[in-house]
Design a protein around this ligand. Structure first.
Ligand code: PLP
Length: 452
């Protein structure tokens, strides 16, 4: 029997032994973890010290079916008892992985028709980069290596995915990284539509392709709706313009749907909102609602068929590619999403969330630019939105606000960027009800009143 440890003992061990991901190490070394989660139920999680909180961001935008879904636990249990793990290396396979590939390609738009499995989002993006370069190599275009990503895009933390991330602190941490990755310095710009007179032209995707030469560019990667860069929806026509640009320049388009995929935005994949078919989609998070680490890349028939004809070993793949237990959990997750009509429910709840955010924005002067697509939402905090005035850099407006929400038993996520932008993200589990959305809005209201 494992010895029972008190809350304080656990905190102390954590403080002494663990370096936490995407956290401030010194803060943890000084204070220990801010929460030790012990239980989850629906949209709520419980901290070991007894507090219960609304999980307003589905942990890391991934626990889409909410906490405590016993059907997912049972699916994992049954698969583990039957056959817990087997690799896909050396041409081997397993039934859950086969069924899942079939299901995912059925969901995917257009002629996206093949799947390469990974264990998460970063691995999926690295895979998409490698496969797009390899695709061009197979076509005889050896020099097409450059991947272009966007300002404020977030693609993960493996070296290449992090290099592609357009948030400065992350890019820097990847070191010299992958030399063939370039980040556009202009954000979601109309210049992609061919407007050469735009002041953003040179820093746009189109400008970069022209500067580097299309013969050297393999792919463009973007999130259809940016998440960790501050929840940004693309301007009307933007994704289609990038699709056209990629076709015109013979460059592949990769949609990073690691957050958006499997219902988060009210469609199976966010690109469907704009009727765009990318050449590859990377996915992870929502495919298992976070109950098992799993991800992958879906690719169009032309890419899959080119790779499928390669007659030597494909020198890429993860131990956990196509993990049978992960795939069984994903299959059950997708079955529940279908059975419960979750994607349509998200569209309904979007209206409630939009309405609530709109009311708050009318009421609180500092709250501005609220936006939501499905249950992926955000707003900015500014000192004076009418005068376009940001808070001074040393005023941590979003941080203070998110703390106030925590004190009111709501977990949210804040972003404070180098340019002084303070953004708050909201992405509750997709099973949230109308009544629970109202509860969330009431807490936001109270916290905004208290803080700003
Ligand atoms: N891509 C996007 C859009 C993400 O939001 C994330 C993680 O938040 C990733 C990729 C990286 O995924 P992972 O942390 O599973 O490697």
């Amino acid at each position: 029997m494992t010895k029972k440890l008190s809350y304080q003992q656990l905190k102390d061990i954590d403080r002494e032994k663990i370096i936490h991901p995407q956290s401030v190490p010194k803060q943890n070394a000084d204070e220990g973890p801010s929460m030790i989660y012990s239980k989850g139920d629906g949209i709520r999680v419980t901290d070991m010290d007894g507090g219960t909180y609304i999980d307003g961001v589905s942990m890391l935008w991934n626990v889409n079916l909410g906490h405590g879904q016993s059907e997912l636990a049972t699916a994992a249990y049954e698969q583990m008892n039957e056959f817990a793990y087997g690799s896909q290396f050396y041409g081997n396979s397993n039934e859950p992985a086969i069924r899942l590939a079939d299901k995912i390609t059925e969901y995917a738009p257009g002629d996206l028709d093949g799947v390469f499995f990974t264990s998460g989002g970063s691995e999926s993006n690295d895979t998409a980069f490698k496969l797009s370069r390899f695709y061009w190599q197979l076509q005889g275009f050896e020099s097409k290596k450059i991947i272009i990503s966007l300002k404020r895009g977030y693609h993960g933390v493996t070296v290449s995915a992090q290099r592609a991330t357009g948030i400065e602190a992350f890019r820097e941490f990847s070191g010299s990284g992958d030399p063939h990755i370039i980040n556009a310095k202009a954000h979601l710009t109309a210049a992609e539509q061919g407007d050469r007179t735009s002041s953003d032209f040179e820093k746009s995707i189109r400008g970069l392709i022209e500067q580097e030469g299309a013969d050297n560019v393999a792919a463009v990667i973007l999130e259809p709706v940016q998440g960790a860069g501050g929840v940004h929806l693309p301007p009307d026509g933007y994704l289609q313009a990038v699709r056209n640009l990629c076709d015109e320049q013979n460059v592949l388009m990769i949609a990073d749907e690691v957050i958006c995929g499997f219902g988060r935005t009210g469609k199976n994949f966010a690109v469907e909102h704009w009727n765009v078919t990318p050449d590859m989609i990377s996915f992870a998070k929502g495919v298992t609602s976070g109950y098992f680490p799993l991800g992958g890349v879906i690719m169009r028939a032309k890419v899959k068929e080119a790779i499928a004809q390669y007659d030597q070993m494909l020198a890429h793949g993860f131990t956990y590619s196509g993990h049978p237990t992960g795939c069984a959990v994903a299959l059950k997750n997708l079955e529940i999403i279908e059975r419960e009509g979750i994607v349509d429910h998200v569209t309904e709840m979007e209206k409630e969330l939009q309405k609530g955010l709109h009311t708050l924005q009318e009421k609180h002067k500092c709250m501005t630019k609220s936006r939501a697509i499905g249950l992926l939402a955000g707003f900015d905090l500014m000192k004076d939105p009418e005068a376009d005035q940001l808070f001074e850099n040393d005023v941590k407006a979003a941080e203070t606000f998110v703390k106030a929400c925590r004190e009111r038993n709501l977990i949210l996520r804040k972003f404070d960027f180098e340019d002084g932008m303070n953004t708050v993200a909201i992405a509750p589990p997709l099973i949230i009800t109308k009544k629970e959305i109202q509860e969330l809005i009431d807490i936001l209201d109270d916290a905004l009143t208290a803080v700003h």
